[in-house]
Write a protein that binds this ligand. Structure first.
Ligand code: ADP
Length: 807
């Protein structure tokens, strides 16, 4: 089967360096046994059969049972998985196109997509590296894509598949889409299932009638809900047909200039500005009809706004009871379901007798105790909430390990989190080698279902994980460490019993466990839905409120997203996507950054290049600036960063945006030793390398989109301090999207947000921390711990904010 592959196709990343095609084949042959011993192997014929007679298959199987790596391999040679030439109607004309031939498997994380592709490529004896002239396996993740000609199986991130759907709404390249890890219920996966469901129940004219097979895979979820979602096209309730987005926006337009001060004072943007669209009187509606939205902005009175809700047609509470249901399609599709039982051994469970005030300390003690007391072999998997905790504990464990007496065997401490490189993640699959006897894997909830760590007999669970949470009052998202759900706790425990009997130590009490929520809310119900709404709009969904979702956010939240997109200029007054909105959706960036990019492109290519540099640093997986560990370090870091911090910009320091720009440009122009340059300034080399990659990709995209004429040189000449004029243009471009994330200095010397009027403090990670106060600040990020902190902060002027709101 590998006869067509060229000889000496290059190095296999995880191979032994001699990977020509015969070598690749021998690796594959060696792995064949492992494949046959996976629990899913016995189900392979059932899976193939199920998809011959149905278009939809749901597979529920324990983590590690072989779903992600095996299912695509069982399917890619099926008779329905072939490239066909078909006729489709385009604009009244008949056209010949190719449909099918490839299988896409979606993953919530980019590293998972890459490592799975590597693994499957090895199992199939197929080369997988940039420049391979042929191959059967590929991957495509944000800012990186390796898809050799002839690819049959392609691992993609959910975001990338959505991006592909912009250009190819009928997914013509594919014969099947496998949606993996659906239990994680990211916003993107919810959108994907919505689009797939619509496509499945359509007449598939856009695919020349060729069916699309859909496989949905999950480790934990009760599949009942998903089955119903795919099986019953008739029963998605549709609220208020023809819901008029223009009306929602108009009510809003009227609202946000009606604060208590003068009409142009941004300080007047009131707490209610987002909810003020709830009132809408008849005469303003007339204004809406006559299309003069701006007239109502200045004339409407706030009082009227509050009182006149008699004409609200939207009955939010009862919309689900609406009789008005819509049909997506008539054909009833059979939905097949397969359950794959994984290997499970008994796991002994231990709780703490009393609540722990410091779980990091408890975890340290627990791990050391286990390592010293428990027999070998048996690796330890510990669940923490994030990268910083993992790094702290890793350092602590390593220093403690050195103090242990010689007779205690050596342990190897390994971190495992999403932002880690593919190679580093790959290491956790390997057995520990001499002189080590035990590996201690410190992981985020990525190890719960998406990565299988081998050799684990002991699990230590802190009981928390970080989740993205939308804070309605603040109108923004933040990452919060929250107690996990019971489903997660059980899942974590299960990791100890994959290969033999195991033990699980919960660093909380049994009562705490019993008080946990059964399951987590899907992200779409917790998060800002701005991107989701933009993605729907860009894919031609006019009536976003009627889009079929497994769980729909409530209507006020969707409306708020419409309003935010309107404020960014992505939607016009009628709720239709604008040119800027269409462009924003083309970039694999959060909507707000997309907006900033488009705003910059309208000014000049120099500004666009500056903005690309800043956005590249803002969208890396991990932070560009590492935090000094002690106060002493803080001082030396301050000193060594003086060439990137300023003083510059307006009134002293330029703030974090200008700092990122300087960092990127200095890094890119550094010729001697970039790693050393970073080390000195406590800048993350890994983050900067990723930023460089993102920058390259964004520049290419801008050239493709004709926002840039040509690619600039990759390493510019070293730049001097950013001038105040240059900073002003940059910050104003950011304000196009971030005017709602601004705060003004109050008379008491504290900052108060312009939206919501909440007190907010500059976070210690900002270059403006502890510096002189400014008239106003703009922040790109926000965390809420003991108090409300602004991150990624820049000084701005109050009148700029005003201008931004007016434009
Ligand atoms: P599932 O999707 O059901 O969680 P996978 O198909 O991801 O299962 O993994 C099946 C098995 O393949 C795992 O238990 C693991 O042993 C092995 N495996 C998966 N990925 C890798 C890899 N990158 N390197 C080594 N082994 C792997």
């Amino acid at each position: 089967q590998n006869a067509l592959r060229p000889k000496g196709a290059g190095l296999d990343k995880f191979g032994d360096g001699k990977s020509n095609s015969s070598n690749l084949r021998s690796v594959a042959a060696r792995l064949e046994k492992a494949r046959e011993s996976l629990p899913i192997w016995s189900k392979r014929l059932d899976i193939r059969y199920a998809l011959r007679v149905n278009d939809i298959l749901l597979i529920n199987g324990e983590t590690g049972s072989g779903k992600s790596t095996q299912v695509p391999q069982y399917l890619y040679k099926e008779p329905w998985c072939k490239r066909e030439k078909v006729k489709v109607e385009v604009g009244g004309k008949s056209e010949e196109v190719f449909v099918g031939g490839m299988i896409a498997i979606t993953q919530p994380r980019r590293v998972a997509a890459m490592t799975l592709a590597q693994r499957v490529a090895r199992e199939m004896g197929s080369p997988l590296q940039k420049g391979a002239t042929s191959g059967e396996v590929g991957y495509s993740v944000r800012f990186e894509s390796v898809v050799p000609p002839g690819t049959k199986i392609k691992f993609v991130t959910e975001g990338m598949l959505l991006q592909e759907m912009l250009h190819d709404p009928n997914l013509r390249k594919y014969s099947a889409i496998i949606v993996d890890e659906i239990h994680e219920r990211s916003v993107d996966v919810d959108l994907i299932t919505g689009f797939l469901r619509t496509l499945l129940h359509s007449d598939k004219a856009g695919r020349g009638g060729v069916p699309l097979k859909v496989v949905v895979m999950s480790a934990t979820l009760d599949l009942g809900g998903i089955e119903a979602f795919f099986a019953k096209p008739e029963t998605i309730p549709r609220y208020n047909p023809g819901h008029n987005h223009g009306r929602v926006l108009l009510r809003h337009l009227k609202g946000y200039e009606l604060g208590p001060g003068g009409p142009k004072d941004p300080r007047r943007i009131s707490e209610d500005s987002f909810s003020s669209w709830e009132g809408f009187s008849d005469d303003q509606e007339d204004t809406a009809k006559s299309g003069s939205a701006s007239a109502s902005r200045t004339t409407a009175a706030r009082g009227a706004d509050r009182e006149s809700d008699s004409d609200i047609e939207i009955d939010y509470d009862n919309w689900e009871d609406s009789d008005d249901e819509f049909e997506v399609g008539k054909k009833k599709n059979g939905v097949a379901v397969e359950y794959v039982k994984g290997r499970e051994y008994e796991v002994e469970l231990f709780y703490k007798a009393t609540p722990q005030s410091d779980y990091m300390q408890s975890m340290l003690e627990q791990i050391l105790h286990l390592h010293v007391q428990e027999p070998l072999p048996g690796d330890i998997l510990a669940f923490l909430t994030g990268q910083d905790e993992i790094e702290t504990l890793q350092a602590e464990l390593q220093s403690q390990a050195e103090k242990l007496v010689k007779t205690v065997p050596k342990m190897k401490v390994m971190p495992l989190y999403g932002a880690l490189s593919a190679q580093a993640q790959q290491d956790v699959f390997e057995k520990v080698k001499e002189p080590f006897t035990r590996k201690i894997v410190l992981a985020t909830n990525i190890a719960e279902t998406s990565v299988t760590v081998s050799g684990v007999r002991f699990v230590v669970d802190c009981g928390k994980s970080k989740v993205k949470q939308y804070r309605v009052r603040l109108g923004m998202e933040s990452l919060l460490a929250k107690p996990i759900s019971r489903v997660s706790a059980i899942q974590r425990m299960g990791r100890a019993g994959r290969e033999a009997k195991g033990k699980c130590f919960r660093l909380y009490t049994e009562d705490d466990y019993l008080n946990l929520d059964q399951d987590e809310l899907p992200e779409i119900l917790r998060c800002d839905v701005v991107e989701a709404v933009l993605k729907m709009k860009a894919r031609g969904i006019e009536d976003v409120l009627a889009f079929p979702l497994m769980d729909s956010p409530n209507i006020p939240q969707m409306e708020k997203a419409l309003v935010q997109l309107h404020m960014m200029g992505a939607l016009d007054d009628a709720g239709k996507l604008t040119d800027a909105g269409r462009k924003m959706a083309q970039y694999p960036l959060p909507a707000a950054y997309g907006r900033v990019l488009v705003a910059a492109a309208e000014i000049s290519s120099d500004v666009l290049l500056d903005i690309i540099d800043v956005i590249s640093c803002l969208t890396t997986d991990s932070e560009v600036f590492l935090q000094p560990k002690s106060e002493e370090d803080q001082e030396t870091t301050e000193e060594s960063r003086s060439d990137i911090h300023g003083p510059q910009g307006i009134a002293g320091r330029g703030g974090d945006i200008v700092t990122l720009l300087t960092t990127m440009q200095r890094f890119a122009s550094e010729k001697t030793d970039r790693a050393e340059w970073c080390r000195k300034r406590l800048v993350s080399v890994r983050a900067m390398k990723m930023a460089m990659q993102i920058r390259k990709q964004l520049r290419q995209l801008c050239v493709q989109q004709k926002l840039l004429k040509e690619l600039p040189p990759p390493d510019p000449l070293p730049i001097g301090p950013v001038t105040p004029e240059r900073a002003e243009v940059l910050l104003k471009a950011f304000l196009k999207a971030f005017a709602i994330k601004t705060a003004l200095l109050g008379p008491d010397g504290n900052y108060v947000t312009t939206q919501g009027r909440n007190a907010i403090t500059i976070h210690p990670s900002s270059s403006l921390y502890g510096q002189k106060k400014f008239e106003a600040i703009m922040f790109l990020d926000h965390v809420f711990t003991a108090k409300s902190y602004a991150k990624k902060v820049s000084p701005v002027q109050a009148n700029w904010i005003e201008e931004a709101f007016e434009s």
